[in-house]
Design a protein. Structure first.
Length: 358
């Protein structure tokens, strides 16, 4: 806490809070072009911004990491070099604290754990520093905006595609970390959709915590016990694609789409490696999670928050919708197109505009 903040009386703090609430009450918004006066951590939208990524072992997060400085520059945001929490939620809280101690005026964070991140959000709120969450919605805590895709739609749309190809028999869903709202929503949506729409299919579940080694080991065990698997849903192609293909290949089960014995595979992420796998017939589809838009609107919203701007539920000016979550947090749900062999070469997909190396 700064020296000035330490000198504020309880009455002054309450007065400031009431003034901020009054300013927000006057806000009329929905589009990202809407503005309102109010509190903010920066100097008229300026100041240093800390950016914390959850991991860099996934091609998806590598791409997001590459987009951050480009989008920060485009949005005139003074972003520090990204900090990698390396899949450790406790480390992520430390990273947030370190950034706050460096005097950042805003934070853009991709939470690892939907509940654990609250400790970091509380630290930021005490410092008066606004936070934008990317990819994962916190269960509680204060954020200016969550920039995220509709993860329920991920699971449902993966189910719909996979179920149409394989309406009966055994299908596997390799789940994400169930400590993350993303893993929970995708898992439950896929499970519920399969049960309701394709009751003849049996879902075999693999909790893999976004870990490639865990996914590979558990998939190997499942395939040994269930050699008649007909479909696989990968909740994160960035960490699950390579180990899944390697495991299938090692067992002689990687058959090209359209040939006998092909296992239908639907993924999530939209990385170049998934697109190449679709072209080769190794997998059938993916849902493109917008790494570029995550970086772009993460930068947009943190700049807006530091300038005291606020938003309300409704359609935006970039083909998405801001919704209010049960927690009261606002979330900008960005579009996530289904990619198949029919549209895999579409130049508008971010996965076709980045380097496939790494």
């Amino acid at each position: 806490m700064s020296g000035r903040q330490a000198r504020l009386s309880t009455r002054a703090v309450r007065a400031m809070a009431m003034a901020a609430c009054a300013a927000l009450a006057l806000t009329a918004c929905g589009s990202t072009k809407d503005t309102a006066s109010g509190g903010g951590g920066g100097k008229g939208g300026g100041g240093k911004v800390g950016v914390i990524v959850p991991l860099l072992t996934s091609p998806f997060w590598q791409s997001y990491n590459d987009y951050v400085p480009k989008m920060a520059k485009a949005e005139s945001v003074d972003a520090l070099k990204t900090v990698n929490s390396n899949s450790d939620s406790a480390q992520q809280i430390t990273d947030i604290n370190n950034q706050l101690n460096q005097g950042v005026h805003g934070l853009v964070v991709a939470p690892l754990d939907s509940a654990a991140i609250a400790a970091g959000l509380d630290q930021a709120e005490r410092k008066g520093v606004p936070v934008v969450a990317v990819d994962v919605a916190p269960e509680k805590g204060k954020v200016a905006m969550v920039v995220r895709a509709d993860n329920v739609a991920y699971g449902t749309r993966a189910c719909e595609y996979l179920g149409k190809q394989q309406p009966s028999g055994k299908v596997v869903q390799i789940m994400g970390d169930l400590a993350s709202v993303n893993g929970r929503e995708r898992s439950e949506a896929f499970r519920t959709c399969m049960k309701q729409r394709f009751p003849k299919a049996k879902v075999v579940e693999i909790p893999a915590k976004w870990e490639s080694d865990t996914a590979a080991a558990k998939l190997d065990t499942v395939l040994n016990a269930n050699p008649d698997i007909k479909g696989i849903y990968l909740q994160a192609g960035g960490v699950y694609l390579a180990p899944t293909l390697q495991t299938l290949k090692s067992k002689g089960m990687l058959k090209k789409a359209g040939t006998s014995g092909h296992i239908t595979i639907v993924s999530n992420d939209g990385i170049p490696q998934e697109f190449d796998a679709i072209r080769k017939g190794e997998i059938d589809a993916t849902l493109s999670q917008p790494a570029d838009a995550y970086a772009k609107y993460g930068m947009y919203y943190i700049k807006a928050a530091m300038a005291g701007k606020a938003f309300q539920p409704g359609p935006t000016d970039h083909d998405s919708t801001i919704v209010k979550l049960p927690s009261g947090i606002l979330e900008d749900q960005l579009p996530t197109p289904l990619v198949t062999k029919e549209n895999v070469d579409d130049k508008k997909l971010w996965g076709n505009t980045v380097n496939t190396a790494g």
